[in-house]
Design a protein around this ligand. Structure first.
Ligand code: NAP
Length: 259
């Protein structure tokens, strides 16, 4: 399927590995010119080169912490006017609700709520002026069904979801869509780290922790970054212009809900 976005320009944040990289790959495959970001310069540059080699599109790599004001300024400066924005950053650590202090909440809100909002505030006005734009925020299935040990994530992502629900309806008439893409469990470094945490706490192997989690997913496996990226590229496509303010689950049926 031709997504109708060949030659558009996208900023994909936190994209050297995992789900962000999956989104960057799928957009590159659709012919989109990319600006990608992550903190670690070496892995980021290797990813940028792999994308150039595989898809023959221009890729600019900006090594910076997207959750810091200085990092965002650097990334936005390099990105300039973009047609597509994919927001992403590392998720907050797991823990116990009684242990978190104000600083932990502020850090989580900064990374997973206020950073995507700041990026939208910077880039969506230009999209509206030009009459076309797509924003996809990578959030989490925890927006639909809370994951108790990820209370910081549950809190921050709920805030972002509320912002998008209203704002997406304010910008849609200018041809700009904003949607959230909600990953369930995917085979990335983040999932491996969470499995290792469970293994350590419960005295079982990481493999056993993974098998146990896979058994909770109706498809009985973790999702892949490539599958996730393909859905992201569709939400950024010309064909997806009537999808506004949605929270699209990509979870192998993991969230047990009727709607
Ligand atoms: P991942 O495999 O650990 O990859 C994270 C990517 O983000 C890396 O490229 C990392 O590179 C970059 N990154 C992290 N913090 C950053 C920052 N402050 N500034 C810029 N880049 C940053 O993680 P993932 O599994 O793809 O997860 C992506 C998001 O989806 C996270 O918010 C996660 O909580 C959420 N999520 C994931 C799953 C899952 O099963 N994988 C499920 C639900 C939600 P550097 O470390 O070099 O910066």
């Amino acid at each position: 399927m031709d997504f109708g976005i060949r030659g558009k320009r996208a900023l994909v944040c936190a994209a050297s590995r995992g789900l962000g990289r999956g989104c960057a790959e799928a957009l590159a495959e659709a012919g989109v010119e990319l600006v990608i970001n992550a903190r670690g310069a070496e892995v980021l540059e290797a990813t940028a080169q792999a994308l150039r080699d595989a898809h023959d599109v221009p890729v600019t790599a900006v090594a910076a912490d997207i959750t810091s004001e200085a990092g965002r300024a650097e990334v936005l400066g390099a990105a300039g006017a973009v047609d597509i924005l994919v927001t992403n950053a590392g998720g907050p650590p797991p823990g116990m609700w009684t242990d978190w202090e104000r600083a932990d909440f502020v850090a989580a809100l900064d990374a997973n709520m206020l950073t995507p909002i700041a990026l939208m505030q910077a880039l969506v006005p230009g999209m509206m002026e030009r009459g076309w734009g797509r924003v996809v925020n990578i959030t989490s299935q925890s927006v639909k069904a809370p994951i108790p040990v990820l209370g910081l994530s549950n809190s921050a992502r709920a805030g972002l979801t509320g912002f998008v629900a209203g704002t997406s309806r304010q910008v849609a008439e200018k041809g700009v869509t904003i949607n959230n893409l909600l990953p369930g469990i995917h085979d990335t470094d983040r999932a491996t780290a969470l499995d290792e945490g469970v293994a350590e706490r419960e005295g079982i192997s990481a493999e056993a922790a993974r098998r146990r989690r896979e058994a909770t997913i109706p498809v009985r496996r973790y999702g892949t970054a490539a599958e996730f990226g393909a859905v992201c590229a569709f939400l950024c496509s010309a064909q997806a212009g009537f999808i506004v303010g949605q929270n699209v689950l990509h979870d192998g049926g993991g969230v047990n809900a009727t709607i």
